[in-house]
Design a protein around this ligand. Structure first.
Ligand code: SAM
Length: 435
């Protein structure tokens, strides 16, 4: 392999960097599952490596002079102690699991390092100084990081009809016999052993009650498939088989328990559940604030709000609002595709009269992009005594933390969970209290 490796100066002479194999000393882990290396000063994000390794890596993206390159390790010259043989034979081929080559304990240390670095860089917060770790905990019940994924959308190769998983940053479908992180029910559905000549993808969901639902797309896209998920200690939740639900079977109950522990809701309090889905946190909050309290859930997906109303039917103190959180708070947002000479056009709807001026507690559980500065300021203006922020992207959480700190809130708690073992993803739950 050594005879094919080249230096940056060789490569700069040509524009055909992609495909070349270079020797790299691998540095720190970065957000996104790759580590940072340098090739003649240029940053290279290199996958399937560990900090401290020396590797041969193939450049997969980038040109000389661009701010960074991407690469995949093809041979490990010096391995780090945390490296293991991936349990899955598709590791490195399928784009799903990027941490299969890392021991489970080490995966959690890497994720903790990413959280530490993101808070330090984007929020200027030293988590260790605050006594907040970070420590990434396993989701209770997870033993080996395999067999947990209760929802898998298998992609279908349009030429062969074979179901598989997509290669990293590509539309190419890698046919697979078995996905090792899929839950037993998803595996038993045996989607990958059949041919799907007219499908684009096949979605499989296994519920906590053991029901398995297979949805063939696009043929069954509009079809409603009502399922019920049980959350230990909270109750049953109705939702659509393709609607949002935590994919790790232990996650929903764990996150509810942590949010309740952090917020400690009291009878008679008013709580907001923003980005509420089918009302997971709203139901738990309603139980705690009781009939003299109030819960307002906000969710933009109309199908989810219909289920949220059903799930909250016994809680007359709960109100479910259809709509975007930013719109209901009157936070201006960019209008897609519109740009004037003075910059992007924004939409500034009036604040909804259905939202109160004050709240005691807020749960924020936004999508990957985070709540954003406008929503965080609007939430702070409610002057809640405590906010629990459930985040699947530590970078978005760190950015929104900076806004909370500017808005008179302090970061008072942080729990991090390995809700997606074998991948670089994790879930964090932060507590903000009025400073
Ligand atoms: C991470 S999920 C959380 C759902 C719920 N809290 C749960 O744990 O099951 C985020 C939810 O936010 C909704 N959503 C996305 N953007 C939104 C917005 N701008 N305003 C309101 N809801 C939004 C999505 O439809 C999705 O249900």
């Amino acid at each position: 392999m050594n005879d094919v490796k080249e230096t940056m100066s060789d490569l700069n002479d040509r524009n055909d960097l992609v495909g070349r194999v270079v020797e790299l000393d691998v540095g720190a882990i970065a957000h996104g599952g790759h580590c940072v290396a340098r090739l003649d000063g240029q940053v290279v994000f290199v996958r399937h490596t560990l900090p401290g390794e020396r590797v041969l890596a193939r450049i997969t993206e980038g040109e000389p002079g661009r701010s960074f390159l991407r690469a995949d390790a093809v041979e490990i010259l010096t391995a780090a102690p945390g490296r293991v043989t991936p349990p899955c034979r598709y590791a490195g081929l399928c784009g799903g699991c990027d941490f299969q080559h890392v021991a489970l304990v080490e995966q959690r240390l890497l994720k903790a390092e990413v959280v530490r670095e993101q808070f330090s860089r984007l929020a200027r917060v030293d988590l260790a100084d605050l006594g907040l770790g970070p420590v990434v905990e396993p989701v209770p019940g997870d033993r080996d990081g395999l067999g947990w994924r209760t929802r898998v959308e298998f992609a279908v190769d349009p030429d062969t009809g074979a179901a598989g998983l997509r290669r990293h940053r590509s539309h190419e479908v890698v046919p697979i016999a078995r996905c090792l992180i899929a839950s037993p029910g998803v595996t038993d559905a045996a989607v990958t052993s059949r041919s799907w000549p007219t499908a684009e993808s096949v979605d499989v969901t296994e519920t906590s009650h053991g029901e398995v639902v297979v949805t063939v797309l696009p043929a069954q896209a509009g079809r409603r498939r009502r399922i019920v998920e049980e959350v230990r200690g909270v109750g049953d939740f109705a939702l659509d088989a393709r609607g949002f639900w935590q994919v790790h079977p232990g996650a929903a109950a764990t996150f509810v328990a942590v949010v309740l522990e952090l917020l400690d809701p009291q009878p008679g309090e008013r709580a907001l559940d923003l980005y509420a889905g089918v009302g997971l946190f709203a139901v738990a909050l309603a139980d705690r604030v009781g009939p003299l309290g109030q819960v307002i859930a906000v969710e933009s997906d109309r199908e989810a709000t219909a289920y949220a109303r059903e799930n909250l039917v016994e809680h007359r103190q709960a109100l479910v609002l259809d709509g975007r959180v930013d719109d209901l708070f009157g936070v201006p947002r960019r209008v897609k595709g519109r740009q004037s000479r003075r910059g992007p056009r924004t939409r500034g709807p009036a604040r909804s009269p259905l939202l109160p001026e004050r709240a005691d507690l807020v749960v924020l559980d936004p999508p990957r992009t985070g709540a954003g500065a406008g929503v965080v300021r609007a939430v702070s203006d409610l002057r809640p005594r405590a906010v629990a922020y459930v985040a699947c992207d530590p970078a978005a959480l760190a950015r929104d933390t900076a806004t909370f700190l500017e808005s008179g809130y302090a970061l008072a708690g942080l729990r991090c969970f390995d809700a997606f073992p074998m991948t670089h993803h994790l879930e964090c739950i932060a507590l903000f209290v009025r400073d």
